[in-house]
Design a protein around this ligand. Structure first.
Ligand code: GRF
Length: 203
């Protein structure tokens, strides 16, 4: 299973995926890490692991359609079976999402369908949520709205800040994203009629 990971930043989730596949007998292989921003930490992490890197800088494109077309071409050049968004901070066009239908995963730092979009930790605090967390989902045309694969939740503590919540949510992300990736590699996780299925059963 050839995997391309898209990043925009520090790449701690990418690192968790790299570590998961290291020294293991698995048919999964990260064949490239692609960033829309040059010089980010995630690119260094990939290079250190001997993974090919590429940058498709959104600032070089006048509109979203031409950026996405260039990104699709770059991804396709690595012939992936799975494309993993790991802190990739660009909204993707329907053409992009359709192109990778059924082989595009994202991780979002909230318990979807709660808190789609940005600033999720702050919004969980402001809403007085008693629990918060993170969600791995298949990407479909609706932003942060695709079929859920797995969620992890944490309690919100009275002393929590955005930073403390973000840190605990990220710890959970580093556990559930490798798990979901492995399910896909093993052929156990599939998108069937817009429904995520594990071992043939709807999740
Ligand atoms: C993660 O919390 C992810 O849920 C969000 O952005 C963060 C990426 O962090 N979309 P990293 O680049 O993997 O460290």
């Amino acid at each position: 299973c050839r995997i391309v990971v898209l990043i925009s930043g520090s790449g701690t989730n990418l690192q968790a995926l790299i570590d998961e596949l290291a020294d293991k007998t698995t048919s999964g292989q990260i064949v490239a890490a692609i960033s829309n921003r040059p010089g980010v930490g995630g690119l260094e992490r990939a290079a250190r692991a001997g993974i090919a890197t590429a940058v498709v800088n959104h600032q070089d494109f006048s509109d979203r359609d031409s950026f996405d077309a260039a990104l699709i071409a770059c991804i396709d050049s690595y012939q992936p079976d799975l494309v993993v968004l790991a802190g990739f901070m660009r909204i993707l066009t329907p053409a992009f999402v359709t192109h990778f239908h059924g082989r595009l995963l994202n991780i979002h730092p909230s318990l979807l369908p709660k808190h789609k979009g940005l600033h999720t930790h702050q919004r969980a605090l402001e809403a007085g949520d008693s629990e918060h967390g993170t969600t791995v989902h298949f990407v479909t045309a609706e932003l942060d709205g695709g079929p859920v694969v797995i969620q992890a939740s944490i309690p919100v503590l009275s002393e929590d800040t955005v930073a403390s919540l973000a840190a605990r949510v990220q710890q959970q992300e580093h556990l559930i994203y490798p798990l979901a990736m492995n399910w896909f590699i093993q052929g156990r996780l599939r998108l069937v009629d817009n429904q995520a299925c594990l071992d043939g059963k709807p999740i």
